[in-house]
Each structure stands twice: as structure tokens, then as C-alpha cells.
Write a protein of this length. Structure first.
Length: 249
């Protein structure tokens, strides 16, 4: 596959999956955000601060529209990373020659490493939950845990590839056990060593739980869509390339 074709299908798959995520969030996640903002506005009004309704309405209008654009940008960035990982690892995935299945498997692993693991330690909260003064500290904790998960998985993926490339079947069997165990040990240590979220939850618990569950569902749908769309594009691009090559031969 040509580099330009690979870049095109990677960006296109990411953009489509990200845009769909932004649209779905408008329906599924936005109601929770709306409730959280209403709660924040109520608390702000009780504290004596004056809020301009017109300015707030304009801000929310652009914010909602920006969520779809943000979803597309997120899809492009994650899709770019995903495409590189898939191209590197697809040859190491045994048990199937189906590129769609391989693409979905890679998406599932990246979902686990880049979303689920950080979310277990630092689950997402809707707006108005947490002290604004600690937001940068909380973001730093999340990014640090995400980096530990991502770089640990990346390093172990290189190790797994080397072990799998070995001719011994016994080595391959060991790799299947050693690599996941090593990742689990690293993340368990990070989970216990890193500090908890410093802020108490000051919003209704049903709002927080509903937001977390719905966000988890939509982001999981994004990763699944990314895998399915990318796998389909990969097969289509290969089919076209092979057909063109056959005509020239």
C-alpha cells in the first residue's frame, strides 16, 4: 500500500469515527452536561455573582457546535496514532488473516490501554464537579497515568513482537502469558502509587454516574467504529491496489 493511500484511509477513518462520536455525544452526553451546568449556575447565583443570560446562551451555542468539531479533531489525532500501531502490529497478530478482525482487535487493545485503564483510576466527571483551582493538578495526574499505560503497552508490544518473531513455539506461548502479566503488574503498581483525585464529588451521584457510564459507552463506540471503518478501508485500498497492479502485469 502506498504511503499516501495509508495516510488518507487513516485520517478519513478517524475523521468519520470522531464526527459520529461528536454527533452521538450531542444526544447522549449533552443532557448530563446541561444538568451539571445548571447546577453550577445555581450555585454561582447563590454566591451572589451576576450572570449575563445572553452571554451564557451564546457561549453554550458555540460550545455545543464545537463538540462535533472537537470530535472530528479527536478522531483525526487518535486515528493517526491508531493507523501507525495497526500497520506495525498487524503482521504479529496470529489466528486470523481477516484485516477487519485485526483492526477491531487493535482498536480494542488501544481502547483498553488509552481509555479504560486511565478511567478506572481517574473516571471522568461532568462540569461543575471539582475545585477549579485543582483542575491543572487533576489533568496532570490523568495525563501521567495515561502516559504510564501507553508507554508501558508500547514497550511491551516491542518485546512481544521480538518474542513472537522467534522460531520457538514455546517462546510464543510464554509471550502470551508474560506480556499481559507484566502490563498488569506495572499498572497495578501505578494505580496504588499515584494519588487519588483530590476533590470530593459535590454533585448528585446519579448525575455523575450517569455521565460516566454514558461517556464510557460513546467512547467505546468510537473505538469500535474506528476499527471497523479502518479495517474496511484497508481491505478496499488493498483490493484496488492489487487490481491496478494486475492490469499493469
Amino acid at each position: 500500500m502506498k504511503a499516501i493511500t495509508f495516510i488518507a484511509i487513516t485520517l478519513l477513518a478517524g475523521a468519520i469515527a470522531g464526527t459520529i462520536l461528536g454527533i452521538i455525544n450531542q444526544v447522549a452526553v449533552e443532557p448530563y452536561i446541561e444538568q451539571a451546568i445548571e447546577l453550577e449556575m445555581h450555585n454561582t447565583a447563590q454566591s451572589g455573582q451576576v450572570i449575563n443570560p445572553a452571554e451564557f446562551a451564546a457561549y453554550r451555542f458555540w460550545q455545543k457546535g464545537g463538540e462535533i468539531i472537537a470530535g472530528t479533531i479527536l478522531g483525526l489525532s487518535i486515528g493517526s496514532l491508531y493507523g501507525i500501531v495497526f500497520a506495525y502490529t498487524r503482521g504479529s497478530i496470529s489466528g486470523t488473516n481477516n484485516n477487519k478482525k485485526k483492526a477491531l482487535l487493535v482498536a480494542g487493545i488501544m481502547w483498553f490501554v488509552l481509555f479504560l485503564m486511565p478511567a478506572l483510576k481517574y473516571p471522568p466527571n461532568p462540569p461543575a464537579v471539582g475545585d477549579p483551582e485543582t483542575i491543572y493538578y487533576r489533568q496532570s495526574l490523568y495525563v501521567a497515568f495515561l502516559a504510564i499505560s501507553g508507554f508501558s503497552a508500547l514497550g511491551l508490544a516491542f518485546l512481544y513482537r521480538k518474542m513472537v518473531m522467534a522460531s520457538s513455539n514455546n517462546t510464543k506461548k510464554k509471550a502470551i502469558i508474560i506480556i499481559p502479566s507484566a502490563y498488569a503488574a506495572i499498572m497495578a503498581g501505578a494505580y496504588l502509587a499515584m494519588p487519588a483525585n483530590p476533590d470530593a464529588i459535590n454533585a448528585p451521584i446519579d448525575l455523575v454516574i450517569g455521565f460516566r457510564i454514558t461517556s464510557a459507552i460513546t467512547i467505546s463506540m468510537f473505538w469500535a467504529l474506528l476499527g471497523v471503518i479502518f479495517g474496511a478501508f484497508w481491505d478496499k485500498a488493498n483490493f484496488i491496489s492489487n487490481k491496478i497492479a494486475a492490469r499493469h502485469n
